[in-house]
Design a protein around this ligand. Sequence first.
Ligand code: NAP
Length: 454
Amino acid sequence: MTDSARWRVAIIGSGPSGFYAAQELLKQSSWDLDVDLFERLLTPYGLVRGGVAPDHQKIKSVTRIFDRVAQQPGFRFFGNVEFGKDLTREDFLAHYDAILYTVGSSTDRHLNIPGEELSGSHSATEFVAWYNGHPDFRERAFGLQGKSAIVIGVGNVAVDVARILSHDPEFLATTDIAAHALQALRDSTIEDVYLIGRRGPVQAAFTPTEVRELSELTQVDVIVRPEDLELDEGSQQELDAAGRQTAQNLDLLREMSQRTPSGRPKRLHFLFCASPVELHGDDGKVRSMKLVRNRLEWSNGRTRAVATGETFELPANLVFRAVGYRGEPLPGVAFDERSGTIPHEKGKVLNPEGDGREYVAGWIKRGPSGVVGTNKPCAVESAQTMLRTFLDEQRRPLGAPDVTELLSARSIRYVSYDDWKRLDEHEVQTGQALGRPRLKLTDPQEMLKILENA
Ligand code: NAP
C-alpha cells in the first residue's frame, strides 16, 4: 500500500479516552492506520494532569501507559492546536478519514440560587483546574483568608476540594500541586470546611477510599452528626440492596461520628439532607449561606430530596459548587443540550447532516462519571464502531494531504510528543530539586520559550 492509502484518524482531546482510543486503533494489525491526537493545551493527559488531585500521584502513573501508546509507529501528537479555531471541523474532515471527539466535560453545573454570582462563590472545576496548574486558571485568586468554606455536593470532586482545603500544606509541598496554589494554601486561614449532601449518606456519590483519606488528615477533626446516620426505612432498604462501597461509606462515617474532636486546627463537617437556598453577602462578597433541611422521598426508583421548610444559616467566606461537570458544544458538531453530551450510537455520532465519519468517546459521550479506567471500554467501543463502519460501508482511505502542510500554512506552532517530553523533563528536573515529583509549568509562553531554547 502507498502512503496515501493509509487510513488517517484525528482524535480531538488528549485525556484518557483519547489515548485509550489511539491504543485500540493502533493495535489493529490488519489496518494501515495512523492516528493524530490533537490537544488545545501544550500538554497532554486531560484530567489526569488537570483534574486528578495532586495527592493522588499513583493514579497519575497511568501516563506511563499513554507514553507507550505515543511511542507506537503511526502516532503523532499535536498540542497547542484548538478545534474550531486553529483547525475547523471542515479542515479535519478534509484531511482525515474519521474524527473521534474525546474532549471531556470542560464546564460545570450551577446551583441556580440567589447570590450564586457573589464574589467568593466558585465552581469546584475552577478551583481544581487552578490547584492543578491549568494555564487558563493560573491567574485566578480564591479568597482563602476567611474562616469558613462550604462545598456543595458529596461526590469525589467535592471530597477532593475539601481535602485540598484541609491538608497540611507541607504535605502538599511534596506533591505536584501548582506553585501558586501551594503558596495560597500556605497562607490560608480557612478553619472550617462543610461538605453538604442534599440527600442522605446512603445516597452519597463519594467512594470509601476518598472518605478514608479525609479521616486520616493530620490537622483535621472530622465531624459527622450521629443523627445524620440514622436511616429511615427507605434508606435502610437502599443500603441493604446497595453494593459493598455504600456499606463501607456508612461504616467509615459511623466510625467518624463516634470520635471526639481533639482540638486540631481545622474541622471538616459532613452535613446530609440539606440544600443551599441562598447566598448572603456584604459588598458583593459572600458571607453566609441559607440552607433548607430535606427529607427523602422515593419515586420512580430514585430517592429524591424534598425541602421541609426548616432553614438554617452557615457562615461562608468561600463556596464551591461540586455538583457535576458538564460538556460544552464544539463548533459545528452535533450536541444534546439537555445531557451536555454528543449524541451517538455505540460511539458513532448521530448527525443527520454528517457523512458518518465522526465518533465520540469519554465524558462527552456518556456524561461525567466514572474513574480514569472507565474510559477504556468506552473508547474501545467507539474505536471498534469506527473500524466496523469503514468495513460495512466499504470505504476507502481519502489519501488527503498531510495536516502539517495546513498547520505550516497557518503558522501554527504545534507541540509534538517529543516537545512535550522536553517540557516533562524540565518539570521533573526543577521539581526534584525541590523534593517534589515535578514543578508544573503553567504559562504557555514560558513553555514555548523552553522549547525554543532546547
Ligand atoms: P458526582 O459523582 O456525580 O457527584 C455530584 C454530587 O453533586 C452528588 O453528590 C450530587 O447529589 C450533587 N448534586 C448535584 N446537583 C446538586 C444540587 N443541585 N444541589 C446539591 N447537590 C447536588 O460528580 P463529581 O463529584 O463531579 O465526579 C465526577 C466523576 O469523577 C465521578 O464519577 C467521580 O467518582 C469521579 N472522580 C473520581 C475521583 C477519584 O477517584 N478519586 C476524584 C474526582 C472525581 P445527588 O446524588 O443527590 O444528585
